[in-house]
Design a protein around this ligand. Structure first.
Ligand code: SF4
Ligand code: SF4
Length: 318
């Protein structure tokens, strides 16, 4: 195990109650081989650093002196017409990014005093992340711990594996939130350190899976079996997205597949689609493509729950 090994993360969040059992601290790694159309964390997808801009935090060029404009050598920032400031009654002339000119050098993020411009992503080593998470240990109690999420943590395998080992060996239980899209031998190597794999099943048909996520599903389905056969525990997560994967045939095939994994499946979480990640796309200057999809209704979700329970699965709507 190496404590000096570094990886690229984009956030560490404490007090999470959605990333595995109990109260958890979640470490989000950067970079993912999938491109799910409904992705709630677009800032996690690309491995290179990106420029993120939150207009509401910009205090205006008069107040800060236009520090970002001076920092940008590429003319990628321009001043907008003044609008009412979010921090005072004054009018403020905020900035806009011309993404076609921006080369992601991130110089403007060092200059911006209000953190309106921030880098998405930073390097961190196992030891530093451990020290940060250790501060939350008192809140973990019996079930809580750390979750390594992303992005796809397995796409920085040596880093994620060393991180998991460090927590495990110091008595902090580890959940790994993974797409399942990584070599089987890597899952077998990391398995001894993982208390629970949070494992997404997005579509059972490989061609359709590829259309929705950018990759086929054979390796993902096969790795679920590798983890189950290797003695790992799985929390299967099924996003339920009308028009994309929420047809009855696919849901029934998904339920059958989960049932086939046997006792390794500790829980199936059915996740009704929502578009709450949409504003993150704007911050990165990206376009959110799922504009014609609505969340599934409560009645429909209740029927999906019944379907999974009819296979004897410990399912819940999350
Ligand atoms: S990241 Fe670099 S190129 Fe892009 S706006 Fe900021 S300073 Fe300009
Ligand atoms: S983005 Fe930051 S540096 Fe640029 S005008 Fe706004 S507050 Fe000033």
């Amino acid at each position: 195990m190496s404590e000096n090994i570094t990886g690229r993360i984009y956030d560490i969040q404490g007090f999470s109650v959605h990333d595995g059992p109990g109260i958890r601290t979640t470490v989000f790694t950067k970079g993912c081989p999938l491109r799910c159309l409904w992705c709630h964390s677009p800032e996690s997808q690309k491995y290179p650093y990106e420029l993120s801009y939150l207009n509401i935090k910009c205090i205006g060029v008069e107040l800060c002196g236009g520090l970002c404009l001076n920092a940008c050598a590429n003319g990628a920032l321009r001043v907008l017409e003044a609008e009412k400031s979010s921090v005072s009654e004054e009018m403020a002339a905020k900035v806009e990014i011309d993404r076609s000119k921006c080369v992601s050098c991130l110089k403007c993020t060092e200059a911006c005093p209000s953190k309106a411009l921030v880098p998405s992503g930073r390097e961190s080593c196992v030891e530093d992340i451990y020290a940060r998470v250790e501060k939350d240990r008192i809140f973990f109690k019996k079930d809580g711990g750390v979750t390594i999420s992303g992005g796809e943590p397995m796409s920085q395998f040596e880093f994620s594996c060393n991180l998991a080992a460090k927590f495990h060996e110091n008595g902090i239980n580890v959940c790994l939130d993974t797409t399942g899209f990584a070599p089987a031998e890597q899952y077998l190597r990391i398995l001894p350190y993982i208390r629970l794999f949070l494992y997404d099943l997005k579509h059972m048909d490989s061609a359709r899976h590829e259309k929705l996520t950018g990759v086929p599903n054979e390796m993902i389905l096969s790795n679920a079996g590798v983890i189950a056969d290797g003695g790992g525990a799985l929390q299967i997560r099924v996003p339920v997205i009308p028009k994309l994967n929420a047809d009855w045939e696919n849901l029934a095939r998904t339920a059958d597949f989960c049932a086939g994994l046997g006792e390794a499946v500790q829980q199936v979480q059915l996740l009704p689609y929502h578009s709450m990640g949409k504003s993150k796309y704007e911050r990165l200057g990206w376009i959110y493509k799922l504009t014609n999809v609505d969340p599934p209704g409560d009645e429909f979700m209740a029927k999906v729950l019944e379907l999974f329970e009819s296979r004897g699965l410990p399912a819940m709507i999350h």
